[in-house]
Write a protein that binds this ligand. Structure first.
Ligand code: PLP
Length: 258
């Protein structure tokens, strides 16, 4: 529904400062997982590499295999802030790579991506002609005043990047199955070509519910995050009390800091 995509455009303008054309720069998904799973089928040929974070959401890896691609794992190490070391990717892999999957705020490490890293990833993908597929499932679930940027805010991102987003975490609509992809129109039209042959779209009542959520008050999201933050703080305290060491930021973010 165009009205759903228009609502996504309002949501991205309001929350990320990103302008999207609802006609060509947004497609609806039956949950972002569906789009992630279908993306390699659109672009990956036998023997092409797909750069996937390890650890990471398992679908990046499995959808690559389903498309006869070769997953190249990028380790997320604590000493690198759980960011992949792009310099360590061999040239021949980078040249034969079609897609790089990234995911920040990250599942499962909870790491966030600094601006410098996002710029580096965009430059890497522009230079190597790689599709940057950013999974932003947790873009709104942030704590301590941190607001996660969209990769589409950055220069040149629209050349090579699409961003997957979801109503599952932001609005607790996981079982309803609705999400979207936005960004580069050519990449989206490739994904749409696969989708047109596989599914026939999201149940319209669910799209209407998603519009109501996205056009509704942002306080719903803030309240949600407060609940999670309270639980997180309780868990961190409990873990520390039983002697389990864990990393946490020393200073809270000032409001809206990235
Ligand atoms: C939950 C999740 C998704 C998929 O969510 P959908 O319900 O399919 O929109 C994608 N990526 C990550 C990292 C997730 O945690």
């Amino acid at each position: 529904m165009l009205s759903f995509r228009e609502s996504v455009a309002r949501f991205y303008r309001r929350r990320k400062g990103v302008n999207l054309d609802p006609e060509s720069e947004i497609i609806s998904l039956i949950g972002s997982k569906e789009g992630i799973a279908h993306l390699p089928l659109a672009f990956v040929n036998d023997g092409d590499y797909v750069l996937v974070p390890e650890p990471g959401y398992p679908v990046y890896y499995s959808s690559t295999l389903l498309a006869d691609g070769i997953p190249y794992e990028m380790p997320l190490k604590e000493e690198n802030g759980f960011l992949p070391d792009l310099q360590s990717i061999p040239d021949d892999v980078a040249r034969k790579a079609k897609i790089m999957f990234l995911n920040y705020p990250n599942n499962p490490t909870a790491a966030i991506a600094p601006k410098e890293f996002i710029k580096e990833a965009i430059d890497f993908c522009v230079d190597n002609k790689v599709i940057l597929a950013h999974d932003a499932a947790y873009s709104e679930i942030t704590f301590d005043g941190y607001a996660a940027p969209s990769f589409l805010e950055f220069e040149d991102a629209f050349e090579i990047c699409i961003e997957f987003n979801s109503l599952s975490k932001t609005y607790n609509m996981t079982g309803w199955r609705i999400g979207f992809a936005c960004g580069n129109r050519d990449i989206l039209s490739g994904l749409l070509k696969v989708k047109t042959n596989v599914d026939s779209g999201v149940f319209e009542a669910v799209q209407e519910a998603a519009i109501a959520a996205m056009d509704g008050p942002d306080s719903v999201i803030d309240e949600n995050c407060k609940v999670y933050q309270r639980r997180r703080d309780l868990l961190v305290k409990g873990l520390k009390e039983v002697g389990i060491e864990l990393k946490s930021r020393k200073r809270p973010f000032t409001s809206g800091q990235r």
